[in-house]
Design a protein around this ligand. Structure first.
Ligand code: URA
Ligand code: SF4
Length: 204
């Protein structure tokens, strides 16, 4: 099929995948981006978190969730009683998609075509890591993990049985960032923490 498949080495471990992703030309997003961003965390983790795509900071540093969304995510993992370093963290799409506004690079959501093109990397890394539970952070991740459109509000927080791993859908930490100064931030944050805790218990 079109997309990343021809650049994904067969039965590779995470290290080999992370090296190979830099050559990927599976869609056009590699062009404007600084570099591909693969994963972080142990390659035998019981829990894997899947985000949307690298942001501006991640694109520059080459690591997932090292920017503002990553800080919220780490706070929430701590609040759920987890060590962020013990979780495998990756993204549905491995290159940063953005539009330029003056000197600023503004995040632009990946299209369904980008998600489809990039999914062979996610499938390969999940085959290598074999987590018990995969948490999809937001709609893009959920589409990549489940291969269908998902309404977060309707499906979040449930442990969905799968063949090779269970799946839990929750919000994206960037959605929390946008609420930071609002009165209902605490409630939204707590709901995110509760979902992470549900996932951790299912993975234990
Ligand atoms: N948002 C994501 O989905 N992934 C990152 O790596 C950073 C921000
Ligand atoms: Fe390849 Fe994914 Fe980057 Fe597209 S976004 S070039 S499919 S790694």
């Amino acid at each position: 099929r079109p997309g990343a498949q021809e650049w994904v080495p067969a039965s590779a471990d995470v290290g080999a995948l992370a090296r190979a992703v830099h050559d990927c030309r599976g869609c056009e997003l590699w062009g404007p981006a600084t570099q591909a961003v693969f994963s972080s965390g142990p390659d035998d983790a019981a829990l894997a978190l899947v985000g949307e795509q690298p942001g501006d900071r991640e694109d520059q540093e080459g690591e997932p969730f090292v920017g503002p969304a990553g800080r919220v995510l780490a706070d929430a993992l701590h609040a759920a009683g987890m060590d962020p370093d013990e979780v495998y963290v990756t993204n549905a799409v491995k290159h940063f998609r953005f539009t330029e506004r003056g000197k600023r690079r503004l995040h632009k959501k990946p299209d369904v075509a980008h998600i489809r093109a990039c999914v062979p990397w996610l499938e390969a890394e999940l085959s290598a890591v074999r987590p018990r539970v995969v948490v999809a952070l937001g709609a893009t991740a959920a589409r990549a993990v489940l291969g269908r459109q998902v309404r977060i509000g309707a499906e979040r927080g449930q442990v969905l049985d799968g063949e090779s791993h269970d799946v839990l859908i929750t919000t994206h930490p960037s959605a929390l960032l946008r609420l930071r100064d609002r009165a209902d931030f605490g409630e939204t944050f707590d709901a995110f923490v509760a979902d992470l805790r549900t996932a951790a218990e299912a993975a234990a």
